[in-house]
Structure formats: C-alpha cells, structure tokens
Design a binder for this molecule. Structure first.
Ligand SMILES: [Zn+2]
Length: 500
C-alpha cells in the first residue's frame, strides 16, 4: 500500500523563510508532504486542482477523512502551519516526576525525586527492571515512563528531541528506542555515563562506557528516527580520560556529544578549587569543545567562558523553566548571541520543567532577558520562534525546522480558534503564538510525513493505555518508595551533583 500524501491548507503559513530580515507570513498557505515536503507555499485553486489530479486517491487532507476528495474538500483550517518544534534538551525518564519535590534546590530535588526514582526501577543488571514493578505493571516501568514522555512531546508539537539518558537509564536504551519508534518522533538519545562523584554502583570504566555505546550503536545505528549519541551526565561526574574517549567516539562517527555544563554555582566552585579553572576552561583544556558539542544549561558563564564558547563553536541549550524553578540562575543569553554562539531554547525534563511546553520555555527565556536588561526590544517573537525550530534543527544537523521542498515532513498546525489567540491578524500571528498561547493549541502534528495527532487526537499511540500505566507507576512509586529505598540509600552525591 502506498503511504498517503498529507495535505493541509491553513489561514497562515509560517515556513520560517525570511524576506528582508523578517519571517514570511503567508496568508492562505498550504503544505503537501510525504516523508519529505513535496510542495509548500501560497494556496490557489489551480494548485488545488493539480494536487487532486496527481494525488487524489492517496491524499490525506488534515482534519478531513474524505475518500476520493474533490477540490471542495481542500478547505482552509483556521490555524497556522509552522515547523514541528525541535527540543534540544530533555529527560524522558522524568515524565513521571511532575510536581515531585517542589520548591527545593537542584541537589535536594535530585536526591528526593530523580535519583530515587530511576534507581528504584532498575533490576540487578544492565537492561533488567525491578521485578516488583515489572510484576505490578506487566511491562518495564522504564518503558512506561518513556512512552509517556513521547506522548508529552507530541502533545506540545515536538517532532524532534534530544533526551539526555542519565542515571540508571543508561542501562535502558532499548525500551526508549521502542517507545520512540512507536511514537513516530525523531529522538537523539544521549547515552549517559559517569566515572566519578556519583552513585558508586553505577560508575563506569572508560572501557565499559565505550563498550555500551558500541553495543547500542550496533543494535540501533541503522534506525533513521532514533540516533544514538554519547551523553555523559556532566563534566563534574565524568573524568578527563572518559570525556576524551567519548568525544573521540563521537568525532569518529561525525556525531554530536551532549552534556550538562555549569548548571549550578556549586559545580563551578568545585572546578575552580580542583583545577583552578571554570568547567568551560577545563573542558576546553582537554579538547572537549567544538561545533558538535551540545551543552545543556551553561548558566554560570564568565567573560572568558564566552570567548571559549565562541572560538570553539560549542552550542548551548538554554532551559529557562528548569533554571528558574530550581533556582539555578539564568545564563547570559544576550551576550552569547552577540558572540555568535549557537543557542536554542528548550524545556529540560518534565521533572524540573513540569511540562514540555516549548512555547512557554521560549517565552520565559525572552521575558527574563527583556527584564534583566531593561530592554523590551530583545528577543522578539520571531527570534523566539526561530530558537525552537530552525536554530535547534541546524544545531542538531536535522533537515527540519523550516518548511521548504525536500525538508523533512515535520509540521504542526497551531489552532487559531481558541479564545486566547483571538483576534489574530497577519501582523500579530507570530506574536500571538508566542505571547498569548497556553500551549494547548497544537491541533495537528505531522512527523516524517506521518500523522501523529489529528484534531487533538493521538493517531499512533494508545493514549488511554499510556495514561493508565503512568498513573499506576506513580502510585506504586509513592506507596513503596520508603520500603524500596534500599537501592537509593547510598552513593548518590547530594553535596555537589547537579546532574539530572
Ligand atoms: Zn537536564
């Protein structure tokens, strides 16, 4: 059977192309796509007729299940077609942890929520889950958490994401691959590692960390929508020998490497005391930084660090929701942009951001800088939208983030029928999407030419089953976390660790 060709026509098309430095705002736009975009632009009846003639029987008109469609079926949606969001940093394992350990600093939050949780779920060897959870759920608790995370992403219009697979999750990549392949999203899995300053039961030798990557790459390297990359937890928990080996592994395969950097003041202080350098100076001294190094957070950044980031080409993912909730501070985004450092906006995991609302994360990133610099002209809505689409796509070298012929068939339709975004005009459509959105306007989601969400309904994953499972998992965790705490009683560094 031939895969259907997806068609959508909407009141606005924001392809992320530019004219005279402004994003194009096309009225009555359309897109036609399979796994790659076939046509995109301003709609006309002539184009509609040609599309019907060429693709008629194979045409899937978004929001319209008609068989053998005619031109009358190519109706305009009251919405805006934009690229799917590209999330530069998150943690799929945290999808269960919303609302847990609130109003506490990062290290306490890690020890009271994330590390207990991920440790509890684990079995006694690599790849095995806690039999108690397995029995009660009838499936791997990791798989349950990862499926929910994919659902979260899709519901907020995220079609490409980087997940930093830290802690015990590094032993459970297989379940994550399965969850992603089922969900239809594109996922970079940063496989975690650590060999110091961490839970002693899960420390790696250099050989073990490299062997794990080799194994996962061999098993999953052929997949096109799931990409294995090294994801050492953070500079603090990975010694120089390990970091150098992981960076070489990535460079040899032309891959990105992903790591937490300079998230909270305590780790920076540790580096200064131990090495007489900031984490960035240290990373540079061991040759870890280049234009394929993706740094999450980079909150504590000195002037010298800015110079190093700029000269090495290292990339920064800013997570405003997590940085503010956990009281970590905020990075100097404006100064980074002035230096030409590649920066994108992201959410971080649901545990620290509490949701995967990319618009909310991007909005806060902008609002904070406007307030801090007392300058309302900074990071306008167009710039904000670019930092969750085209910029992260370019940083990840993904053929997405912009709607042009030959790009990946990833787009969403933002609903303009919601009260919070009415009225919208051509001059205000991007502004309203950024400043007035609640995040609940993502009506259709298409990734790789497949319909993941149509009219707010999930088309490929079993929404009810995932929600039932995740609720059950949360209740089991709550009920038994004290008696099952054995696994997380020792080892986790609570003083300095800023890993999540
Ligand atoms: Zn993180």
């Amino acid at each position: 059977m031939v895969d259907p060709v997806i068609f959508a026509r909407a009141r606005y098309l924001i392809p992320m192309t530019e004219t005279d430095g402004k994003l194009d705002r096309i009225e009555d736009g359309y897109i036609l796509t399979s796994s790659q975009i076939i046509e995109v632009g301003k709609y006309s009846e002539d184009k509609g007729r040609a599309i019907i003639q060429k693709h008629g029987n194979h045409l899937h008109i978004l929001g319209n299940e008609t068989q053998n469609p005619s031109i009358l079926d190519l109706k305009q949606i009251n919405g805006a077609i934009i690229p799917g969001f590209v999330k530069g940093h998150g943690h799929d394992h945290e999808s269960v942890l919303i609302g847990v350990a609130r109003d506490v600093p990062l290290t306490t939050w890690l020890d009271e929520a994330v590390n207990i949780f991920t440790g509890l779920l684990h079995g006694d060897k690599e790849g095995s889950a806690n039999p108690y959870f397995l029995q009660l759920l009838g499936k791997s608790p990791y798989f349950v958490a990862y499926r929910k995370a994919r659902l979260d992403d899709v519901s907020f219009g995220i079609t490409t994401a980087v997940t930093h697979h830290c802690n015990y999750n590094k032993y459970h990549v297989k379940e994550l691959v399965e969850a992603n392949e089922e969900a239809g999203t594109r996922l970079f899995i940063g496989v975690g590692s650590q060999d110091r300053n961490y839970d002693s039961r899960i420390l790696d030798s250099v050989e073990e960390a490299i062997e794990r990557l080799n194994r996962y790459e061999k098993e999953f390297g052929h997949l096109t929508r799931t990409i294995i990359i090294p994801g050492p937890d953070q500079l603090f928990s990975n010694g120089p020998e390990l970091l150098i080996a992981l960076k070489k592994w990535a460079t040899d395969r032309n891959k990105i490497i992903h790591i937490h950097s300079s998230e909270e003041p305590a780790t920076t202080a540790w580096f200064v005391e131990k090495y007489g350098m900031t984490p960035i100076q240290y990373a540079d001294s061991i040759g870890f930084l280049d234009n394929k190094t993706l740094l999450a957070h980079q909150v504590n950044t000195t002037k010298e660090d800015l110079e190093i980031l700029s000269s090495t080409g290292a990339m920064v993912v800013h997570n405003s929701l997590a940085n503010t909730i956990l009281g970590s501070g905020m990075p100097p985004i404006v100064e980074m942009l002035q230096k030409g450092i590649p920066v994108c906006f992201s959410t971080d995991g649901s545990g620290s951001a509490d949701n995967q609302n990319m618009i909310a994360a991007a909005r806060l990133a902008s609002q904070y800088q406007k307030a801090y610099h007392k300058n309302a002209t900074l990071l306008n809505s167009e710039e904000v939208l670019k930092r969750v689409t085209i910029h992260p796509a370019n940083m990840l070298r993904v053929n997405a983030g912009i709607l042009e012929n030959g790009r990946n068939g990833d787009f969403i339709v933002f609903d303009l029928n919601k009260p919070q975004v009415i009225p919208t005009r051509t001059e205000t459509v991007i502004e309203n999407m950024i400043w007035a959105s609640t995040g609940g306007e993502i009506k259709h989601v298409i990734a790789d030419g497949k319909v993941l969400v149509e009219n707010y309904k999930f088309k490929v994953v079993d929404f009810e089953e995932i929600l039932l499972d995740i609720q059950k998992l949360a209740l089991i965790f709550e009920k038994h976390k004290t008696s099952l705490k054995i696994r997380s009683e020792t080892g986790v560094r609570s003083q300095d660790s800023s890993d999540s």
